[in-house]
Design a protein around this ligand. Structure first.
Ligand code: ATP
Length: 289
């Protein structure tokens, strides 16, 4: 299922004295099966964009296509259950939304809310708990007896149990230790690859954007500043640094070497091996390229 934002504007509390323009003229495509990262400084509009992807917010100008359904500004939209079911959002700290007395009931809640039978919801709970790498026994436990990392996985299992066609991740690893972060990011990447699950990742981590995404959108002050492949985006690291963003460590190293020698590499690379080769060549040439 493709998703497409076309010239979207969104104003919070529109037509009130508290109106606030959050995003404007935002056009973003998420073709079926792609992995898109959305990066940008705090307040640049990432979460606002994200909530348009399953019609939690409706544009105040422009339109959003979610599969064959168009959500257009100024039009009353009825029955959005269908699109909400197909686009699962993992919000920041999703474990804060756990509330049932057992893990199983928590995971079953979403599917049953969308009309899935109890038996089918139970089967989905078993399947999704194993997808997130937890043992089946955990289904009988209270979510509140689990560790923080396990709670996060249970909350993610709840979204996966909806069997979405697109998954949207808002800083899904916030608050986890580095190992937990990598495990969760690898889990989403393998779901993306194995099931061709379209994935949209909102992140402050340039490393994750560079490592996992096919395409990156950089938001700045409510607009799309630039978009492209990781190689394209990070080939101009100074533009990102001027926006107050980090760059991946390997790109930062290249900038440091360039500054130290006062010369430029022919290109910026995201691969550590390529960097090692470039540095070797650079040194052989006496620090000139
Ligand atoms: N509920 C709201 N009411 C009014 N203004 C809001 C609301 N939510 C966000 N905004 C404003 O909209 C703009 C974009 O915010 P948004 O949360 O989309 O940015 P963000 O890039 O996701 O930030 P962060 O990285 O901090 O999550 C900001 O100016 C913000 O203050």
């Amino acid at each position: 299922m493709d998703i497409s934002l076309k010239n979207v504007e969104y104003r919070y509390q529109a037509d009130s004295p508290f109106e606030r323009l959050a995003i404007s003229d935002v056009s973003i495509d998420v073709p079926s099966g792609t992995y898109l990262a959305v990066i940008g400084h705090t307040g640049s509009g990432k979460s606002t964009v994200l909530q348009h992807l399953n019609a939690l917010l409706k544009p105040t100008k422009g339109s959003v296509w979610i599969g064959s359904r168009e959500i257009r500004a100024g039009r009353k939209e009825k029955n959005l259950k269908g699109v909400r079911e197909k686009v699962g959002i993992v919000f920041q700290f999703p474990e804060h939304q756990l509330f049932e007395e057992t893990v199983e009931k928590d995971i079953m809640f979403g599917p049953m809310n969308f009309g899935v039978t109890e038996q089918e919801a139970k089967a989905r709970a078993r399947a999704s708990i194993s997808l997130v790498g937890l043992p089946e026994e955990i289904l009988e436990k209270s979510p509140f007896d689990l560790s923080g990392g396990q709670m996060r996985r249970v909350a993610i299992a709840g979204v996966l149990a909806m069997e979405p066609e697109v998954i949207v991740l808002d800083e899904p690893t916030a608050g986890l230790d580095p190992r937990g972060r990598k495990e969760i990011m690898d889990l989403f990447y393998s779901l993306h690859k194995k099931r061709n699950l379209s994935t949209v990742l909102v992140t402050h981590s340039m490393e994750d954007a560079a490592r996992y995404a096919d395409d990156i959108v950089v938001m700045h002050q409510g607009k799309v500043f630039t978009k492209g492949t990781p190689d394209e985006i990070f080939s101009n690291p100074k533009a990102l640094i001027e926006l107050g963003l980090d760059v991946p460590e390997v790109v930062g190293l290249q900038l440091m070497i360039e500054e130290a020698f006062g010369t430029k590499f022919k290109k910026i690379s995201l691969s550590e091996d390529e960097l090692a080769e470039m540095v070797a060549e650079f040194m052989e040439g006496g620090g000139r390229q």
